[in-house]
Ligand binder design. Structure first.
Ligand SMILES: Cc1ncc(COP(=O)(O)O)c(C=O)c1O
Length: 462
């Protein structure tokens, strides 16, 4: 039944569709009316496929930490397609591996043996804690989150799951169900019984306390959530070691160890969503959870794994990974093409110790940002992050979020040749996450552009 507010004009939808496509074709032959890529995008893609900039751009090539748009403008890429490009654009060994693989065979499905898939699984097992022995490959972070939750709920025989407020885990039904942001919750329907616990974000402390005298009340409150809002066995708790989409919210050091020990108390599997924090981006360890001195029971990884190729994975102990009572195939998951590319990417990342570069460049970036915040206390509420995940939160001195300033800074950076991201539930946080191959000169140039953008925006608010 059509909702009153959503009544479509009467008519033959098929005929209207043909008319639109004919109009496009006529436009294409009329040199005076050429629809822009943005107009064509809007005609054929859903309205919720958001564009980030006031004037959206199309990136057509890249090299290392640089990208070029369709008009030939070059930018320093400090967002990497939502923190995905980890070893740099146009990575020569990866290009070669993918070219070589597609010239032989791209795909056969999980119904056949796939050598690069087995090799990549062996590599991931060697990069994760000893008791993590098996890997399953899928096509996106959302699908990997769903798979981890499917495995955990099967293993524990319970559909109860705990997630964190303001966390983001993807766009499929299971991933939306554990996402703690209304802005990304397209449906309240859920295959799981989910309860949300507090995350360790000090700038917006849910208890209005101060660290460290708070004794990480955000973490110990998990016990109250379990006692008050659950019944019987709980399958899993899923957590991002640093909340990515929420603007690189970085919890205090005691947060994750406390969550781990409460999970142990109640026999809950701890699932670490490493989609943004994995593969050395924090500069501290290969995995965000490892940097916190904690071992997860399952790890979900995507983004940096494929350096742009659509590949994601779940890694964990054999008893949990084997906990599927029915057959489960993945047609594309781990196919020849993506696993050959991901292998070349990870070998490059490890052989060139990109994690150390993430630490060194991340430290330089963090100092520059801290200095910047010191110059603009009236508009910058907090600078936070680790390694090459750094964020600047724009807020009034009373901590009222200022999404207008984050947007203005992002546009000013773009105009000066720097692409940065945005995040936070109020969209008031700048996110900076260049590829781990970024060099000192590029970091300094980006910091100069950002500082000038912030100064301009601060000046216009006075
Ligand atoms: C922490 C986290 N988990 C899961 C996802 C979902 O990944 P995908 O967009 O590949 O489905 C994202 C995406 O941004 C993410 O940041």
């Amino acid at each position: 039944m059509a909702h009153a507010g959503l009544v479509q004009p009467m008519g033959n939808p098929r005929r209207e569709k043909v008319a639109v496509s004919l109009r496009t074709r006529v436009d294409e032959h009329d040199s005076t009316v050429v629809p822009s890529l943005l107009e064509r995008h809007r005609r054929v893609l859903p309205h919720w496929v958001d564009q980030m900039h006031e004037e959206p751009i199309s990136l057509v090539s890249g090299d290392g930490a640089m990208v070029t748009d369709a008009d030939g403008r070059e930018y320093l890429d400090f967002f990497g397609g939502i923190t995905t490009i980890i070893s740099g654009h146009n990575l020569a060994p990866m290009v070669e591996a993918v070219r070589d693989q597609i010239g032989r065979i791209a795909h056969s499905s999980t119904l056949y043996l796939i050598e690069p898939m087995v090799e990549l699984a062996e590599l991931l097992v060697s990069m994760t804690p000893d008791r993590h022995e098996k890997v399953f490959f899928v096509n996106s972070g959302s699908e990997a989150v769903d798979t981890a939750l499917m495995l955990a709920t099967n293993h524990r025989g319970s559909n109860q799951v705990i997630s964190m407020r303001q966390g983001y885990h993807g766009r499929s039904f299971g991933a939306v169900a554990v996402t703690g942001q209304r802005g990304y919750s397209a449906s309240s329907l859920s295959p799981l019984d989910v309860q949300f616990a507090s995350y360790g974000g000090c700038f917006h402390c849910p208890f209005s306390l101060s660290y460290p005298s708070c004794d990480v009340a955000c973490a110990t409150d998990l016990r109250n959530v379990i006692e008050a809002q659950t019944a019987g066995p709980i399958a899993a708790l899923i957590v991002e070691p640093i909340q990515g989409v929420n603007g690189f919210v970085t919890p205090p050091p005691e947060f994750l160890p406390t969550i781990r020990s409460i999970c142990d108390e109640y026999d809950i599997l701890l699932v670490s969503d490493e989609v943004q924090t994995g593969f050395g981006r924090t500069g501290q360890a290969m995995w965000g959870i490892e940097a916190a001195g904690v071992e997860a029971d399952l790890m979900v990884m995507a983004k940096g794994l494929g350096n742009g190729l659509p590949i994601a994975a779940v890694v964990g102990p054999a008893d949990v990974m084997d906990a599927m009572g029915a057959g489960s195939i993945s047609t594309f998951g781990g196919n020849h093409l993506v696993t050959a590319g991901a292998l070349a990417n990870l070998r490059y990342l490890i052989d060139n110790d990109l994690m150390t570069n993430a630490r060194v460049q991340g430290d330089t970036m963090a100092s520059a940002l801290t200095e910047l915040a010191g110059r603009h206390p009236e508009i910058i509420g907090e600078v936070r992050g680790v390694g090459l995940m750094q964020a600047v939160e724009f807020a009034d001195p009373d901590r009222t979020p200022r999404p207008d300033l984050a947007a203005a800074v992002q546009e000013a950076c773009k105009a000066a040749g720097l692409l940065i991201g945005k995040g936070g539930v109020h969209w008031n946080v700048s996110r900076l996450a260049p590829a781990l191959i970024v060099d000192d000169a590029q970091i300094r140039e980006a910091m100069e552009i950002l500082a000038a953008a912030v100064a301009t925006v601060a000046g216009s608010t006075r």
